[in-house]
Design a binder for this molecule. Structure first.
Ligand code: COA
Length: 260
């Protein structure tokens, strides 16, 4: 695929994915969402990629939301399809990815931008970041998972306060709420995200995927998370990486995981 709205760079098993519509504060239009879908599913198949770091181009915005100009004229049916497609093709596949995905929040993360960050597994924010779900100012509500994922991350009271007031919060408040995992200076954002990802990628790859699936199961309707954990735990025993991890421990050396 020819990418026009995102930049991709692979370095030491990390895929750096930068949303690159700086003049529109990296707002997610249809073309960008399609490119995100393609790039992320491609990364799932790419054995050279262990994890993905998503950020926004420039210093002002991570992503300032879905592209307002594109959804201005939608009908109810079109609005439903708009949300469903976004959920299925982008936000759900990020959430369910067996490869870890970190959001490096370099500025405004609003509406669909915050929803994108919340679908990721870990969020690291620059101290200059501003986060919010301002959809009610447009006569809308969040439609890419915001009502659900914000509630899961910060609890019902804070989620409703943020959604109903449409107020943005700063990075320190987001940290206090548990909405982001870490706050760093703007200059050290990418190195902090890289460091976190490198540490994760030094662990057994199949165990990472199993852990993500087991944790995600706790949020899935109709799924017994404890049973899911037992299944994922059991699957790990059948991997070469488990044998290598245990052998390395007993031999007092660093494990050399192969993802098998
Ligand atoms: N969709 C489409 N375009 C957007 C956008 C979005 N979500 N957010 C910003 N832009 C565009 C602006 O229209 C502007 O384009 P222009 O230069 O062609 O007019 C450009 O990005 C710069 O934004 P601007 O509003 O001039 O910057 P600012 O510094 O004055 O304000 C924000 C920054 C983030 C506060 C403001 O852009 C904003 O409120 N954006 C919308 C946030 C939102 O409601 N998101 C949820 C959507 S569901």
């Amino acid at each position: 695929m020819n990418y026009e709205n995102i930049l991709l760079e692979k370095k030491e098993r990390i895929l750096y994915l930068t949303i690159n519509r700086e003049s529109k504060l990296n707002a997610l239009n249809k073309a960008t969402l399609a490119e995100l879908h393609f790039a992320i599913t491609d990364a799932f198949r790419d054995e050279e990629v262990g994890g993905i770091i998503i950020t926004g181009a420039g210093s002002k915005a991570f992503v300032a939301g879905a592209d307002i100009a594109e959804f201005a004229d939608l009908s109810e049916d079109e609005g439903r399809i708009f949300a469903q497609e976004g959920h299925h093709k982008v936000f759900d596949i990020i959430h369910g990815s067996e490869k870890p995905i970190i959001a490096a929040i370099n500025g405004f993360a609003l509406g669909g931008g915050l929803e994108l960050a919340m679908a990721c597994h870990i969020r690291i924010a620059a101290e200059t970041a501003k986060l919010g779900l301002p959809e009610v100012t447009l006569g809308l509500i969040p439609g890419y998972g915001g009502t659900q994922r914000l509630t899961q991350l910060v609890g019902r009271g804070r989620a409703l306060e943020m959604i109903l007031t449409a107020d943005m919060i700063g990075a320190d408040t987001a940290l206090q709420y548990g909405l982001v995992n870490q706050v760093v200076s703007a200059e050290s954002l990418m190195s902090a995200a890289t460091e976190k990802m490198q540490k994760i990628l030094s662990r057994a790859p199949l165990a990472l995927g199993a852990a993500i699936q087991a944790v995600n199961a706790s949020l899935q309707d109709g799924v017994n998370g404890f049973e899911a954990e037992i299944d994922q735990f059991a699957r790990c025993f059948d991997t070469e990486d488990f044998k290598e991890g245990v052998a390395a421990f007993l031999e007092k050396r660093k494990a050399n995981f192969k993802g098998k």
